[in-house]
Design a protein around this ligand. Structure first.
Ligand code: NAD
Length: 340
């Protein structure tokens, strides 16, 4: 089994990066960490958590100079360019030798490939990988992220990457080649973004016609409109108890991030010539919700609100009603407990 690095570099200690790096810090007990973020407070907080094992750096280059391997988790393509390509302070300004660079940000494939090419040209022995994640902040905290890795299953580093990323996530998928991790991530978010719109619209049709949303959700659950968006992330408040929609759309995946990812998926489709019937329409919904003061900064399923969906439906249907999904979970639990 491949040996894990002893000196780990991390750039970008935001909502996702911080808990991801924290998992590595806890699980790699012998490793030293070298970290950088443009926000000094985030560096200071992580240094404090590290009890002497975390060292603050003044640039991505310094992180790369002092580490065996560098991970990055920053918002957009422009930030990834800055982390790696800034002439004197970017990671590629370091003498990388055969070091490994892993970018976990969700960005456009063009930027990722440009950084990879620049790395290959300047440092032929070094390797740059795209490794975006799904699972959100909760997955990052629990160490249960899914990683979509931009490499082939027989890549020389796949064993090491799987072992390292496995400390932060339960599922690691080599996606076939460079930038295909990002492609997978963007395809997933395009699909789940459209399912959220479709579920919102369909629930809205039924509810505006006078239906109890619980009856409709129970029918979807046992019919062909079933999805994990309907079951676990339902855009209609009060149907999935743990979903952000049931908590004022707080937590979850910010609508501006969905707009970014959805837009990147639409751009990718144009670049590769994949025909989209719903891309432009879907993007308009996420763009509109991202700037609407009633929706901005909330979970992306807030598009139900943006589309005019009814949120206070309970007063029309005050009686209790079991949800099929909850019933199924309860029956499964009972069967498990009784040893069936
Ligand atoms: P965030 O804005 O909370 O964190 C990004 C961090 O990067 C910030 O601390 C920022 O200061 C730092 N940063 C920006 N530019 C930098 C630079 N040039 N050098 C060093 N540090 C820099 O964002 P986030 O929510 O952690 O998301 C990061 C990435 O993960 C995004 O691409 C996002 O799409 C993706 N993602 C987010 C979620 C989520 O639920 N938040 C889920 C999956 C994937």
């Amino acid at each position: 089994m491949a040996d894990l690095p002893r000196r780990v570099g991390w750039v970008g200690l935001g909502l996702m990066g911080y808990p991801m790096a924290t998992n590595l810090l806890r699980k790699m007990e012998d490793a030293e960490f070298f970290v950088y973020d443009v926000v000094q407070n985030f560096i200071d907080r992580f240094v404090k958590d590290g009890n002497g094992r975390v060292h603050a750096c003044a640039s991505s280059k310094e992180v790369a100079d002092k580490s065996d391997l560098v991970l990055s988790m920053v918002p957009e393509g422009s930030h990834v360019r800055s982390v790696y390509l800034t002439p004197d302070t970017g990671a590629l300004a370091s003498d990388l030798q055969s070091k490994i660079l892993i970018d976990c940000s969700t960005i456009d494939t063009g930027t990722s490939l440009a950084v990879r090419d620049a790395c290959a040209e300047k440092h032929p022995k070094a390797r740059f990988y795209d490794a975006p994640v799904s699972g959100g902040v909760i997955g990052a905290e629990k160490g249960s992220l899914t990683f979509m890795l931009g490499c082939a299953t027989n890549d020389a580093k796949v064993e090491l990457l799987t072992k390292l990323l496995g400390l932060m996530g339960g599922n690691i998928f080599p996606c076939g080649g460079a930038s295909l991790g990002l492609t997978a991530k963007l395809c997933n978010n395009y699909c789940s973004g459209l399912i959220a719109i479709a579920t919102s619209e369909a629930m809205n049709i039924g509810m505006s016609s006078g239906m109890d949303p619980r009856v409709l959700a129970n029918i979807f659950h046992t019919s062909t409109a079933q999805s994990s968006i309907l079951d676990d992330w339902c855009p209609v408040p009060g149907l999935s108890p743990d979903a952000p929609a049931s908590k004022g759309y707080k937590g979850g995946f910010r609508v501006q991030l969905m707009k970014k990812d959805f837009g990147l998926a639409v751009d990718t489709a144009k670049r590769v010539g994949a025909k989209l019937a719903l891309g432009d329409e879907g993007l308009k919904v996420y763009e509109g919700a991202s700037t609407d003061p009633n929706c901005k900064d909330l979970d992306s399923r807030v598009i139900y609100r943006y589309l005019g969906g009814k949120e206070d439906w309970r007063k029309d249907f005050p009686e209790e009603m079991p949800m099929k999904k909850e019933e199924k979970r309860r029956l499964l639990q009972e069967a498990k407990e009784s040893g069936l």
